[in-house]
Design a protein around this ligand. Structure first.
Ligand code: KG4
Ligand code: ZN
Length: 343
């Protein structure tokens, strides 16, 4: 196992990001730079990410973001052991921009290319920040994904549960939108819920007690919409109570679904080394509390990377690239970008 220096490029959604990380021969990681340019302001007027605007913004921004990441790390392209890009899943226009740019760099400098699955990068990030051995259980909740995954090794993942309809972040964003809160809605709902009464509305707890570890969030979202339209026009306190009620239902669902997921994990793979969280939704303090509760109940440790590494960033792509590179897993120039790509 030799030390490596990897550039990572992330362009699957609305963050244009690049980072340089070092992976020591002991397998420990160090972040030398981690530049994230969020396009939130470009998309906010539309209440969500507009794929065409995102793709064009990645074209405009990526070269500059990579240059900053390289400069801050004080590294030249020739020194890189590998260039990693998220090759999917995500908005295809953005994925093409990031992967093609990575290919150009590897072609010019003869550096290995690593085409990284964005979800795999989320799954491996805790190994960048913690000395965490396999296997462990990942709870991934973002704007596009809600999954419970058994992480058994690099490239060895078993999905234990997923959402049958909306992603969790998507549900937060939609609830925020229907209550007149700005995009992205997750942090707004969390803030409003702090001063709300979680018991004023009896919202459904979807999937509670089901034997599989899947999620369903669209029924809960509809229940919030029905209650909101019944109350129109909404007072500020109504909005806070609706948010608190919605979030309380989500918390209970998470604990229940993870009880099932962690039990299944232990039955199939033995006790996990930890429960690990990733994705933008995991930056929610109340949700972190629910995850801690689920971990306590299963008798396992709860590990969460700092918020900057939970949301989309280049360091997670670089790290996943370094982990794959250490196993000799590189990809040919003709690797295709993928809009859909299951773990
Ligand atoms: O991982 P992420 O930054 O991007 C991807 O979707 O890949 O996640 C963004 C999602 C958005 O839906 C956002 O509303 C949600 O994470 N989110 C939150 C919070 N912060 C971000 N949801 C609930 N509470 C939060 N504090
Ligand atoms: Zn993500």
């Amino acid at each position: 196992d030799t030390a490596s220096l990897v550039l990572g490029i992330e362009t699957t959604c609305d963050e244009t990001a690049a980072a340089v990380i070092e992976r020591g021969s002991d397998g420990r990681g160090r972040i030398l730079s981690n530049i994230v340019h969020s396009q939130i302001e470009d998309h906010a007027p539309y209440g969500g990410v507009v794929p065409e605007i995102a793709a064009r913004a990645h074209v405009d921004l990526l070269d500059g973001v990579i240059a900053r990441a390289m400069r801050q790390a004080d590294v030249g392209f020739v020194q890189l052991s590998g260039v990693a890009a998220a090759a999917g899943p995500g908005l295809i226009g953005g994925v093409i921009v990031g992967l093609t740019t990575a290919k150009a760099i590897t072609l010019v400098h003869g550096t290995p290319l690593i085409a990284v699955n964005h979800l795999e990068a989320h799954a491996l990030t805790p190994r960048l920040t913690h000395a965490l051995p396999f296997p462990y259980c990942l709870f991934l909740a973002s704007g596009g994904h809600t999954q419970i995954v058994a992480v058994l090794g690099v490239g060895d993942y078993v999905r234990l549960g997923t959402t049958v309809d909306d992603a969790m972040g998507e549900a937060f964003d939609k609830v925020a939108k229907m209550l007149g809160l700005p995009y992205p809605g997750g942090p707004q709902v969390e803030r409003a819920a702090e001063t709300g009464d979680p018991e004023r509305f009896a919202f459904p707890r979807p999937m509670l007690g089901r034997p599989d570890a899947n999620f369903s969030l669209s029924g809960l979202k509809t229940a919030v919409r029905n209650e909101a339209s019944r109350l129109e026009p909404l007072e500020r306190q109504d909005v806070c109570d609706l948010c608190a009620g919605f979030q309380a239902a989500v918390l209970e669902t998470i604990i229940d679904r993870l009880d099932v997921g962690l039990t299944q994990f232990a039955e199939r793979f033995g006790p996990p080394q930890a429960l690990v969280a990733a994705g933008g939704v995991a930056s929610n303090q109340a949700i972190r509390g629910a995850l801690q509760t689920a971990a306590d109940r299963a008798g396992t440790e709860f590990i969460i990377p700092p918020p900057k590494l939970c949301t989309d960033n280049g360091a997670m792509i670089a790290w996943a690239g370094a982990e794959r590179l250490a196993l000799g897993l590189t990809d040919p120039l003709e690797t295709a970008p993928r809009a859909r790509w299951l773990l």
